[in-house]
Design a binder for this molecule. Structure first.
Ligand code: C5P
Length: 220
């Protein structure tokens, strides 16, 4: 099923670290022609820039950084280093920083008719009126194994127990923070990725929900 040029579809995808949300959101974006944004990369980029430049005034510095940020800059592999991951969830607690990134995400969503953003607070704060809200879940053990496999490609010394511990700390910070915590939106569809056989199984589930919504909005 294809979306027509004038059709609009806004999809929010939230979930904990390595829950499968990026893979799922990217695949459906490609399949249905949605403009995709990983908001986690925005937070990672903010963290990276703060560590690199140590500005006196973090807020005015980040305002400048995000004013004309090109998405190409988010492709830097360094943004996925474990040090950046840990620091990111600390700066992500700050409301003033979140506001800057919120503005960026809102502008992104406004620019396109068909859009999918993934993160932690997309269905609850950034796109509360999204057509579809997915909430990805996965046990810590399975999520840590996924992340470990990815990180091992660039660092053979990394240990599974370290990866799992760091992820557990980060998920807890994200769930328990006061500002925009990781919580399921009321009307979200749960995608339990450790119960699905493979990526194809996940894609089938996501597609089913999307096609139902397209039919509902535009008929078959
Ligand atoms: O999704 P990813 O693991 O790349 O996100 C990195 C970190 O960015 C998260 O652990 C979280 O602290 C922060 N984040 C957030 N809100 C979002 C997306 C990411 O606080 N919408």
């Amino acid at each position: 099923m294809k979306l027509k040029k004038h059709h609009k579809l806004v999809v929010a995808a939230d979930g904990s670290a390595a829950s499968g949300k990026t893979t799922g959101a990217k695949r459906i974006s490609k399949k249905y022609g949605l403009k995709f944004l990983s908001s986690g990369l925005l937070y990672r980029y903010a963290s990276y820039q703060l560590i690199k430049h140590k500005p006196k005034n973090k807020i005015s510095f980040l305002k400048k950084v995000f004013k004309n940020l090109s998405l190409k800059k988010l492709e830097d592999k360094a943004l996925h280093n474990p040090e950046i991951s840990a620091h990111t969830s600390i700066i992500a607690k700050e409301q003033k920083i979140r506001n800057i990134l919120k503005l960026f995400q809102k502008k992104f969503a406004k620019k396109y008719n068909k859009v999918c953003i993934e993160g932690r607070d997309i269905g609850t704060v950034i796109l509360p009126n999204a057509d579809i809200k997915f909430f990805f879940k996965c046990s810590l053990d399975v999520a840590a194994r996924r992340r470990f496999k990815e990180l091992r490609k660039n660092n053979k010394q990394i240990k599974f127990a370290e990866v799992k511990k760091a992820m557990s700390i980060r998920d807890n910070l994200d769930r328990k923070r006061k500002n925009s915590p990781l919580i399921q939106a009321k009307n979200a569809v749960i995608v339990q990725t450790d119960k699905l056989k493979n990526i194809k199984g996940m894609l089938n589930k996501l597609s089913e929900v999307i096609e139902k919504k397209i039919k509902e909005k535009y008929g078959s």
